[in-house]
Write a protein that binds this ligand. Structure first.
Ligand SMILES: [Fe+2]
Ligand SMILES: [Fe+2]
Length: 270
């Protein structure tokens, strides 16, 4: 779990054997943008980070291995912080192949990327040398084209923008920041749709992760149950409120007809 090095903008820290968190602080978001480097015979990068952070990210990887030997680049969804630097990596890592969800590959990366991108499906096992990354399809949990990954040897779940938190300094935390995580998630992304979120939480929890490795903030260790619970409760509470809100809509009354203020609006509601 040693820190390899930290420079001004991009830090790299080993969070499990051969698995390194790359973290570039992004001031506007008051959080890190994380990528993950998996060493081995087929070095793998999960998320490239932004194009504007490319040089720092490349240099940080170079402290662990030669970045030009990258074999796989996995994009968890199509956004600038996930894949903005993809083409810079492809230009300098000639053997690197890009993997993403079918949706991201067909709708966005087929045009954006300078080399072909392979779409991966739900449950697919990505063989990356001695490592296997299991794909969890996660549409609409954050982005419509999202996937998550579980590395089968270490049981680390790479969850993209689920389980994010503010801050950037700690590579791993063990204290419970689940409320803060849910708050930030909903502030950034609005209300998640319940069914896709519950389904993905089921899948992630069933994989019994040892660590949750999100795209922003620290890697989460220790008791992870509060995170699953907090995210479940956030959508369950909203679901419980929905019929209540509908039941408390203003009802048409005798006064409505006498009111000079938009009587037709009240009639429409009835
Ligand atoms: Fe995102
Ligand atoms: Fe993100």
């Amino acid at each position: 779990m040693a820190d390899h090095a930290t420079d001004r903008r991009t830090a790299i820290a080993e969070v499990a054997p051969g698995i390194h968190r790359l973290s570039s602080y992004h001031e506007p978001w008051r959080s890190s943008i994380n990528g993950y480097l998996l060493t081995g015979t087929e070095p793998t990068l999960i998320s490239t980070g932004m194009r504007s952070h490319f040089d720092d990210t490349w240099n940080a990887i170079a402290r662990v291995l030669d970045p030009s030997t990258l074999r796989w680049i996995v994009i968890l969804h199509f956004e600038a912080d996930e894949c903005g630097a993809l083409n810079e990596f492809l230009a300098r890592a000639p053997h690197a192949e890009t993997l993403a969800s079918m949706r991201a590959a067909m709708a966005s990366l087929a045009d954006f990327a300078v080399r072909p991108v392979r779409g991966v499906g739900d449950g697919e096992a990505i063989a990356a040398g001695e490592r296997t990354l299991r794909v969890i399809d996660a549409p609409y949990v954050h982005a419509w084209d999202g996937i998550m990954l579980v590395e089968e040897r270490t049981q680390i779940a790479f969850t993209g923008d689920l389980f994010l938190q503010p801050g950037h300094l700690d590579a791993i935390i063990r204290d419970d920041r689940s409320s803060l995580s849910v708050q930030l998630y909903r502030t950034f992304y609005g209300t998640p749709p319940e069914v896709p979120l519950q389904r993905v939480l089921d899948r992630v929890e069933a994989s019994a992760p040892t660590l949750l490795a999100p795209g922003h903030g620290s890697v989460l260790a220790g008791n992870l149950a509060p995170y699953y619970r907090a995210y479940r409760q956030s959508v369950s509470a909203l679901a419980a409120l929905r019929p209540l809100a509908e039941g408390t809509r203003p009802r048409r009354s005798v006064d409505d007809d006498a009111s000079p203020r938009a009587p037709s609006l009240n009639r429409e509601r009835d």
